[in-house]
Design a protein around this ligand. Sequence first.
Ligand code: GAR
Length: 223
Amino acid sequence: MGQGKKLSLVVLISGSGSNLQAIIDAAGRGDLPVEIKAVISNKTDAYGLIRAEHAHIETQVLDHENYPDRESYYLALADLIESYQPGLIILAGFMRILTPDFVQRFAGRMLNIHPSLLPAYRGLHTHRRALEAGERVHGASVHFVTDELDGGPVVLQVQVPVENDDDEQRLAARVLTQEHVIYPTVIRWFAEGRLAVEGNRVLYDGQPLAKPIQLDFRETPPR
Ligand code: GAR
């Protein structure tokens, strides 16, 4: 992005929208050169819609239950997203499985955050499964979206410790706090033109990443 030019985003949510809030806050502080054109939810009661309204961001609800099948839903969703001409699409707790055509349409310009150290624990209930497996380290990953569920190339991961007395909620909260750090960071890199995806590899400052950039929860992310 040239100086002063903002990257336009469309953010997809299904729930609380705390990651959306982290993006709104980072942009508000001047740390993130983005403009959120719209927040789209598949659920009418997603709290993230209220967060967006408070920030004077346009909101849309596209309820998957009003569509006969996944194909027609994702066709409508893709058209709605395109109407905002975003440079980047952000999945922020959007809890629906995407179709290959939808993913293809936004290839290389759609990011997701997932609450695990991918490729570990794709899918749901990541914190519970990490606890059950006796993991000592857990975390979150930001990745480009491909049509493999939670399987696209990872850009940045943050590791958090699992404490002896953790339950699912405590661990989830510790991970979520770090999600709020790593997601705006990766979006900023993309906005600054420092990130791209080539096949199944991430290019960071023009160099392919051999593995995701790893961060410990005590570290400040690299600029
Ligand atoms: C976050 O923990 C995010 O990583 C997860 O949903 C939560 C949304 O929280 N996403 C997934 O599990 C996607 N597979 P938020 O609505 O408060 O941002």
